[in-house]
Ligand binder design. Structure first.
Ligand SMILES: *[C@@H]1O[C@H](CO)[C@@H](O)[C@H](O)[C@H]1NC(C)=O
Ligand SMILES: *[C@@H]1O[C@H](CO)[C@@H](O)[C@H](O)[C@H]1NC(C)=O
Ligand SMILES: *[C@@H]1O[C@H](CO)[C@@H](O)[C@H](O)[C@H]1NC(C)=O
Ligand SMILES: [Ca+2]
Length: 314
């Protein structure tokens, strides 16, 4: 009789161990969902179906030793960088056994991709981060744009708390570009495009106030503004909207729709050779903000898509 009970008990225990196990699941979630270079990133291992997972073993694919083992279901990266990219594995062990979850941690490599702004909106934009953040005596900003907008639109908006138009590349109409520095602007009149991609570079140097404007690899007559000014360091840098306040104050009638690519910001005035290199997608000097290693967050209706043409350049 005792043996039968024991047998039954064993069966019950075995059954209760085995049966719900298929129902226990684990998954890894990232916070924030889009990692930003040099910012904090958390991976958390979420277990459902097991009331008390006791131990979490974190591993990285291709690494011999476990990264972390213990009761903590969180893996913390205080300052996320490229060396952290890879596949992460969480093994959660509880009274119901061990469950495994994996996660591919990657950032979008923007080479051969573009940002698509499918429609005009009052708030969709891309927030980009320049590193390091520093005051600027000189700068060059370059980018490709593709749009059929004929109304005013912003191409590159760099705002500080003190000045929303700290650096602004703006196209008021098809035959005009404007470069703002510290709230003042110069205008460059251009022939109306034929609806193709347009490449612009704009630079400015504090010592002389000289602003250069290059369209499709060709320099325009130089103009001047804001001699002696210094561009503020802590900036909200946005694509797709024009800021009238730090990180906000958008106007749908200045928003961008279409495609943007190869966005760069340097803390120097590029030489004529490098201006042409930017247009020809050749090798470029290290930048504060470089397309291929861009740290960005998509806000609202903006999509990263492969290019329809292999190269945008000539
Ligand atoms: C748990 O398993 C039972 C039977 O094995 C099944 O009927 C039920 O749908 C499962 N629940 C979940 C959330 O998967
Ligand atoms: C990335 O972070 C690790 C620490 O997690 C650090 O050792 C390494 O130097 C960093 N690499 C770069 C390129 O910043
Ligand atoms: C800015 O450019 C000018 C002229 O090219 C140069 O003399 C100056 O040193 C630069 N300033 C900084 C901070 O790079
Ligand atoms: Ca503004």
């Amino acid at each position: 009789m005792g043996q039968l009970w024991l047998c039954l008990l064993t069966l019950i225990v075995l059954f209760s161990l085995a049966a719900p196990r298929e129902n226990v699941t684990a998954r890894i979630q990232a916070h924030p969902p889009v990692p930003t270079m040099y910012h904090q990133l958390i991976l958390s291992c979420e277990v459902t179906g097991d009331p008390s997972p006791k131990e979490f073993l974190w591993e990285k694919d291709g690494h011999h030793d476990p990264l972390q083992k213990g009761p903590d279901n969180i893996l913390l990266f205080p300052s996320f960088n490229k060396s952290h990219l890879g596949t992460y594995i969480c093994r959660a062990t509880g009274s119901l056994g061990t469950t495994v979850a994996t996660y591919n941690l990657w950032i979008d490599d923007l080479a051969n991709k573009v940002f698509v702004f499918p429609q005009e909106t009052k708030d969709s934009h891309v927030l980009v981060r320049a590193k390091p953040e520093q005051p600027l005596q000189n700068f060059t900003v370059c980018l490709w744009s593709y749009t059929d907008l004929t109304r005013p639109h912003s191409l590159f908006s760099y705002a500080t708390k003190a000045q929303d138009n700290e650096i602004l590349l703006f196209k008021p109409k098809p035959s005009e570009y404007r470069l703002y520095v510290g709230g003042k602007f110069v205008t460059f009149r251009v022939p109306e495009g034929r609806g193709d991609w347009e490449h612009v570079c704009a630079s400015w140097e504090s010592a002389t106030g000289i602003a250069e404007f290059w369209l499709n690899g060709k320099p325009w007559p130089r103009k001047g503004l804001q001699r002696g000014y210094t561009v503020g360091a802590e900036a909200a840098i946005l694509l797709g909207q024009e800021q009238d306040a730090f990180g906000g104050g958008f106007d749908v009638y200045n928003s961008f729709s279409g495609e943007l690519a190869d966005v760069y910001l340097w803390d120097v005035g590029l030489s004529p050779d490098k201006m042409r290199s930017a247009y020809q997608s050749l090798r470029l000097p290290p930048a504060l903000l470089a397309w291929k290693s861009l740290s960005f967050e998509l806000k609202g209706d903006v999509v990263v898509k492969p290019r329809l043409r292999e190269a945008l350049g000539p």
